[in-house]
Design a protein around this ligand. Sequence first.
Ligand code: MG
Length: 366
Amino acid sequence: MAEFLQARDERKILHVDLDAFYAQVEMRDNPALKTVPLIIGRDPDQHHGHGVVATANYLARQAGVHSAMGSIEAKRACPNAVFVAPDFDKYRQISAQIHAIFAEFTDVMEPVALDEAYLDVTANPLAATTLAAKLRHRIWQETKLTCSVGVSYNKVLAKLGSEHHKPNGVTVITPAVALDFVAALPIKEFRGVGKKAQEKFEKLGIQTGADLRAMSQDDLRVHFGSFGDQLYWQARATHFGQVKDHRVRQSLGKESTFEFPLHNREQVLATFKDLATKVVANMEKKHLVGRTLNIKVRDDDYQTQTRAVTQSVPFNLDPDFLARKAQSIFDDLYPDDFAIRLLGITFSNVSPQAFQPLSLFDFEND
Ligand SMILES: [Mg+2]
């Protein structure tokens, strides 16, 4: 059954992951950092012992430093490490550049971090391996950064592939080799297997994908509930998850039109407040944030004007704040008398909330 399903899965999926992204960016921008163990995070000596490791270069990793480690512990492990505070504005800008390159290859992409995404390139007529090579070349050309790419027919295998030859590697897992690849994997490499599951597997004497595949679906259900089903299919190199395109092509907005034109600013502000409240509710429902606020105004002569304000970080989703912002734009457009037929508020440059690392406590997924 599994082999049958696998043979039928003819998708082409890439998982792209920049190598030690934050550290690589800082080394690119300051080559002196290339030859020292580098930790992206606050130096504990300058911050009263506070701070955590966001990521580290490979020299620091060799000394035992890893993401999410306390800075003090990291310094103990690697006393000569250089600490550099993360610059998320810079990383976000580069991330936008990289995502623009992804868009050259496919319309179907699922970003999972600033530096990491799944791309479904099934619709692209070129071979997946050719696309992986071109993609890596384009990223290097544009950003002088390296990435690792996994190429396969489903997301789980593509992700396993990108992790397989890090840094700066490509791993292709074709249907012909997938079952062997999975059989050789240590159990902790399977998706969703954390400490608890690892302990269970240890007691059961299950160490590899081959051991896992030998377990019946019923046994897996007994021990792991519904997660057992996922493991059953993972052991058979089968995964049905689609690349979910989170990008929001259409912007998110609301408009109001008026049969009788508005003439006073209180009415305009009240309308903006109403529109902002609706837009915010919609954004929150969809777990989205936006960096560009667009205001649209049409007057009694059917002249339409739009203005956009873009920030480097997403707007605070506070209707009062947004309404006042809209109002100040409106006031600039219409300093004197006015007769308004339409008002609109729209967000663009929209992204999922989870895709916004804003603090030191956001770690890179390496
Ligand atoms: Mg990475």
